[in-house]
Ligand binder design. Sequence first.
Ligand SMILES: Cc1cc2nc3c(=O)[nH]c(=O)nc-3n(C[C@H](O)[C@H](O)[C@H](O)COP(=O)(O)O)c2cc1C
Length: 240
Amino acid sequence: MKITVINGTSKKGVTYRLKETFLEAFRETAEITEFYLPKDGPGFCVGCTACFRNNAAQCKDAAKVQAIEKALLEADLLVFTSPAYVFHTTGAMKAMLDHFGYRWMPHRPAPEMFGKRAVIITQALGAGEKSTAKDIRDSLSWWGITYIRTCSFKLLGEIEWDKLPAKKRASMEKRLRACAGKFASIDYTKPARTGVVAKAKFYAVRMLQTSLGKDNPEYTDFKYWKEQGWIGAGRPWKRA
Ligand SMILES: Cc1cc2nc3c(=O)[nH]c(=O)nc-3n(C[C@H](O)[C@H](O)[C@H](O)COP(=O)(O)O)c2cc1C
């Protein structure tokens, strides 16, 4: 199986240690590709809208965005990690997610995403670990992914891994290993099931695209939906 990890920080700190614990279960068996942001990621979106207009290659950061997208689409399991920075995901993660705005369901979602599985690992010193996970989850669910699990932690009192009480480290590792065990037992030859919320979003957008397409059949997103067969009977969760 293939795993793609998007690390919201390049620091080898607490977030890194939590992610390493999660990956232990897969080290022997999986092909793991990792991106460390901001180092391996695109710069800030400057709003050129080339991607929305189906000219993603014209984005100033196209090479980095496309490398990440390729790895995400090829992976069976996606792992996203982030510390809480002022109650939200890191600026680097947000900058990367902005580049995939055109992959949100109202635009041109990748059909592969509907069958993916993802885990989000976040932590905060005292508060904000859940809102941080939500920042990432919002994008993943609008990309079409239903199977998303989050592992969020409060460190409480200390932000250096080696200075955390051994009991605290052990309890976080135990939770992550249990979560990894569940992901390791999945049969990745079968895509994940698409849930009712993703389907409801899909049908709402389908209505919108159908109506937009009547006014302008050359509209980029409508043409994409039509090519995918989604304006007709095709559905991204029923791929051959
Ligand atoms: C810029 C910045 C903002 C932070 N904001 C919060 C916050 O809002 N809530 C919180 O509990 N911890 C906050 N922290 C602590 C981090 O969430 C995290 O626990 C700490 O950076 C250690 O993680 P790391 O070793 O992976 O970097 C912040 C840290 C930084 C550097």
